[in-house]
Design a protein around this ligand. Structure first.
Ligand code: ADP
Ligand code: ZN
Ligand code: ZN
Length: 703
């Protein structure tokens, strides 16, 4: 009889943070998937290193040597058709659990496809047998290599970047800072080609797969002789486990995926690409709140493979690494061909006649859109707020469309005459009259994409004298599967004059007819309490600008219009020059002056409770713990624990949300502190039943 350590999905607060010990008639190698009894259930487990051989894990084995072999429960089944997960993968999840303060078992099991957790050994055996058989056959798309697309001849900048990366030995992560349309994707493709030629697997990560269907198409076209699989939340559970298995079995050569793909098993990994590395979607916002970008860098380092982070507007964290020489900075400053970045023009809203509503559609903007229509070109109007109006208000009393469950307004959606809360999802029909005073005159305050779409037709004329063709694309118009694709197809086909949309349309699309991009109302983000808001706004507007003038023939008359009441703002001025570096320098100076990331490291303890008092009581206890720890702690000079405060949206879905910030100039000191604090926090659970959820958010994106 052998004693087998097995990790199962147990949350940290169970106190059982290490592997459990089970009995089996033979030894099982670490990484093997098994089924084991846990309480009354049968659960998925993964054989782990014995803790004595695994000092890095810092975990305690349950089932000490004193327990008789006979008292140990036996392993129920071994999933022998799935090869063991490799040491590098195990090291990756161990690091992630440790760094983001999650239980190792919970994180490890949760990043495996859900279907794997449910599947019986027999059904898995069938599935993997099918995959093995499929691998023996020629692949459908590999059948005919003749249509294979040939790579274009490289631009001088692309050639330079590729030469740097392939000729010079340098183990540092690469930041590929290239303006939109400079041909970054082509660089990824060429690097992928080299890795594939060496028999290695390639991981390409994107923020949101549905927004960039072109990238998938390009990869499939270029590498038609190789198998590509995707991993993202839009897959069915069956697809997800199939794709995961193909990557794990080494049958898939390319994995294109969103943040969760960074934790996929890729036994032959040879290259990691993180496209749009600055995108906030790379940060998981629940459960293990990992940054997939940061894990990608760690993973590449661990496996000794190159990693490329690409962006036109790198995150300030990444930019600072590059400035310090920790990342290798490679630049591409020119658009491919004769493509040029659009001229940026400002419309000073202070000089506009005051119209109805909080902002106006300036005559300059309308004239610019009309000129595009007359030339048969397209315009993109960016307004980062969906719905008709952010709030509905009574003209006679003080009633506003507040959400009953959140400290937020319900948004007016005219299309179905509903009021909807964008935080908790609560929805209701728009009342006929004011619920407080019965007044019939309710007015919509402010403007969302739906209203913009409605305001435009009377102001514009179609080319044939009829109405202008206006299309709105946002989360509301793209709920149905396939609707985004068909709407984008309409734009590409030229069936649309004016595209109205949220940030969804600013991303990656290779629009060919758009020669005008207008930011209708970006000022809100200039003055918010969120310290990353300017960085995000800059990235969004640069990315939006990148949608215009992609076709060389039209580049000359492409422009971006920014309606703003703050034309002198440094962010706006930097945008005008397409000057990311100046913007980054000014932002970094501000962050350094006030001690914000990347100059300090942050952790937020987030608490959701049934009452504000319950959240405060929990946080008071947490504060006391942290004080006790820090008195003894060698790193206490480097760590500041701030008083707890309500979250920016203080109540969501009937739960009060509070938070507490911990800041440190030293990442190791902060990590050491968390290692002491986190287990203590777990013990608070019993005394605080009204606390529904709490979590440590390491390297939070928002405060
Ligand atoms: P980025 O990813 O930097 O925004 P892309 O890689 O999408 O830029 O390139 C922009 C456009 O230029 C695409 O349509 C792409 O097919 C084309 N392109 C890229 N590199 C070349 C090249 N060397 N020769 C010709 N066209 C190219
Ligand atoms: Zn009223
Ligand atoms: Zn709500």
């Amino acid at each position: 009889m052998c004693r087998v350590p097995v990790l199962v999905d147990l949350p940290q607060h169970s106190g059982l943070v290490g592997p459990l010990t089970y009995a089996h008639h033979s030894a099982l190698s670490p990484g093997t998937l098994v089924q084991v009894p846990l309480g009354r259930r049968e659960v998925l487990g993964i054989v782990w290193e014995s803790p004595p051989n695994d000092p890095a894990a810092g975990v305690q084995a349950i089932g000490p040597e004193s327990i008789d072999d006979e008292a140990l429960k036996p392993v129920s089944a071994v999933l022998a058709d799935v090869p063991p997960l490799m040491p590098a993968w195990r090291q990756l999840v161990r690091f992630a659990a440790d760094y983001y303060q999650r239980s190792l078992g919970e994180l490890t099991i949760s990043v495996l496809p859900p279907e794997l957790r449910k599947a019986s050994a027999a059904s898995l055996a069938r599935r993997s047998a099918r995959l093995h058989k499929a691998a023996g056959q020629p692949q459908v798309d590999a059948a005919d290599p003749a249509p294979r697309q040939t790579p274009p001849s490289l631009t001088p900048e692309q050639a330079q970047v590729l030469a740097e990366m392939t000729q010079c030995t340098d183990a540092r992560p690469v930041l590929l800072h290239g303006v939109t349309g400079s041909g970054k994707t082509e660089v990824y493709l060429q690097l992928a080609e080299q890795a594939l030629a060496q028999g290695r697997q390639v991981l390409v990560m994107v923020p949101e797969i549905n927004l960039t269907p072109q990238l998938e198409a390009r990869l499939r076209e270029r590498f038609s002789g190789h198998r590509l699989v995707t991993l993202h939340s839009g897959l069915t559970t069956a697809q997800r486990v199939n794709h995961w298995l193909q990557a794990h079995l080494g049958q898939a050569d390319l994995l294109l995926g969103t943040r969760l793909s960074v934790l996929a098993s890729l036994p032959r990994l040879g290259l990691v690409v993180v496209d749009e590395e600055h995108d906030p979607s790379y940060k998981q916002q629940e459960g293990a709140r990992y940054s997939a970008r940061d894990l990608a860098v760690y993973r590449a380092h661990l496996e000794g493979v190159p990693v490329v982070l690409g962006s036109a507007t790198p995150s300030l964290e990444t930019w600072r690494h590059a400035q310090q020489g920790r990342y290798r900075l490679l630049r591409m400053t020119q658009r491919v061909g004769q493509g040029r970045l659009p001229r940026v023009e400002l419309v000073d809203l202070n000089l506009q006649p005051k119209g109805k509503g909080s902002t106006v559609l300036s005559t300059v903007l309308i004239a610019a859109v009309q000129a595009r229509i007359d030339r048969g070109e397209q315009s993109l109007l960016l307004l980062n707020r969906r719905g008709y109006a952010p709030v509905l208000q009574c003209g006679a009393c003080t009633w506003k469309s507040a959400c009953a469950h959140c400290s937020a307004w319900q948004v007016f959606h005219k299309v179905d005459r509903s009021l909807r809360c964008h935080h908790c999802g609560a929805a209701q029909r728009v009342p006929r009259a004011c619920p407080d005073c019965g007044n019939l005159d309710l007015s919509a305050i402010g403007r969302g994409t739906e209203r913009l779409e409605e305001q435009l037709p009377p102001l514009l004329q179609g080319r044939d004298g009829g109405p202008a063709r206006i299309l709105r694309i946002d989360a509301d118009t793209t709920r149905r599967a396939g609707s985004l694709e068909s709407q984008l197809a309409q734009v590409h086909a030229g069936d649309v004059d004016v595209l109205v949309g949220t940030q969804m349309v600013a991303k990656g699309h290779d629009f060919r007819r758009i020669t005008l991009v207008a930011a209708v109302n970006p000022d809100g983000a200039l003055f918010t309490s969120d310290f990353r808001a300017p960085e995000r706004l800059f990235a969004l507007l640069m990315q939006a600008a990148g949608r215009a003038g992609r076709d060389a023939a039209q580049a000359e008359r492409s422009s971006m219009l920014i309606q703003t009441a703050h034309p002198q703002h440094p962010l706006v001025q930097a945008l005008r020059q397409h000057d990311y570096e100046a913007f980054a320098a000014s932002q970094l100076a501000e962050r350094e002056a006030v001690g914000l990331p990347p100059y300090t490291h942050l952790v937020v303890l987030r608490v959701e409770a049934r009452s504000a008092a319950a959240a405060q009581a929990f946080l008071a206890d947490a504060t006391a713990q942290s004080t006790d720890i820090l008195i003894e702690h060698p790193g206490h000079d480097f760590i500041t624990v701030y008083p707890f405060v309500p979250a920016p949206v203080a109540r969501v879905a009937d739960l009060d949300r509070w938070q507490m910030l911990v800041e440190s100039s030293s990442r190791p000191a902060l990590q050491a502190f968390l290692r002491d604090w986190s287990p203590q926090l777990q013990t608070l659970r019993d005394g605080h039943r009204a606390v529904v959820r709490w979590a440590l958010d390491v390297d939070p994106l928002s405060l």
